[in-house]
Design a binder for this molecule. Structure first.
Ligand code: ADP
Length: 251
């Protein structure tokens, strides 16, 4: 089985002694949509950032398509990896179109048609391209973040709480839009979220982290069946209890 991402004994100990990731070993098959779920501080972001080298492991290795991530300069590696995080990090003085075009510029391409295509891809009207980021809603800004992440035809999409700051309706719509793009473009996607319901609804595989360790690694169906172990079960119980409580109110 080919592996898009390999974690081989990856450990990250921060200065000060926190072991944020403790000997993670697993393979991610091309085309999977993997959710990394766990309580705050469990090590999800740190593990994700070892892929695009924002964090270097203190032991172990990370490989993309069987090549160690440190085999090429970090900026070249990052060009092939889309990265979306909660605050998006759009440049406020640039237009939306200019923001989306940054990865293209870095790759020496000037391609206005590609920018229009990317706006279409994330369902934003083309006129939005002429606006500045502060003239957009939070949901629209996240869509711009996704468009920029995919601009240079990255096949690997990393998302760190991408919908964290959004209202529930926008979050739901955008989650499904990203899953649609993942399927259509044949991406391999890793998404960090603390929201188990979101993970179960969007992912093909869910990794549960606790204290730096991967304590469950299963499909949503297996987790919903209660076969993911104690930590996974505790996280699955939250949306389940909420849903029962809501049904009770309507009864
Ligand atoms: P999560 O994404 O699950 O909330 P993180 O990966 O952000 O978890 O953090 C895991 C642990 O590492 C936490 O205890 C956090 O305080 C610590 N940590 C994260 N980043 C740093 C850093 N740059 N320096 C020192 N400790 C850090």
């Amino acid at each position: 089985m080919p592996s898009a991402i390999t974690f081989d004994g990856v450990t990250v100990a921060y200065p000060g002694g926190t072991v944020a990731v403790d000997a993670a070993t697993l393979d991610i098959t091309p085309g999977s949509f993997v959710a990394l779920v766990g309580r705050s501080g469990s090590g999800k972001s740190t593990l994700l950032k070892t892929i695009n080298r924002l964090v270097m492991p203190t032991a172990g290795r990370v490989l993309i398509d069987s090549r160690p991530v440190e085999a090429e300069p970090a900026h070249l590696l990052r060009r092939r990896i889309g990265y979306v995080f909660q605050g998006v990090g759009l440049f406020p003085h640039l237009t939306v179109a200019e923001n989306i075009a940054i990865p293209l510029r870095l790759a020496g391409r000037s391609d206005p048609a590609r920018v229009s295509e990317l706006l279409d891809l994330v369902d934003l009207p083309r006129e939005v391209g002429r606006r500045r980021p502060d003239a957009l809603s939070g949901g629209q800004r996240q869509r711009v973040g996704v468009a920029r992440a995919l601009a240079a035809e990255a096949k690997l999409l990393l998302m760190d709480e991408p919908f964290g700051a959004l209202d529930p309706m926008t979050r739901d719509t955008l989650g499904r839009a990203v899953r649609g793009l993942h399927d259509r473009l044949g991406l391999t996607t890793l998404m960090v979220t603390h929201d188990m319901a979101e993970a179960l609804l969007l992912a093909t595989r869910v990794l549960v982290m606790a204290d730096g360790r991967i304590v469950a690694d299963a499909t949503p169906a297996v987790l919903i069946a209660g076969e993911g172990g104690a930590e996974a079960q505790a996280l699955v119980d939250v949306p389940r209890r909420q849903s029962r409580a809501l049904e009770g109110l309507g009864a």
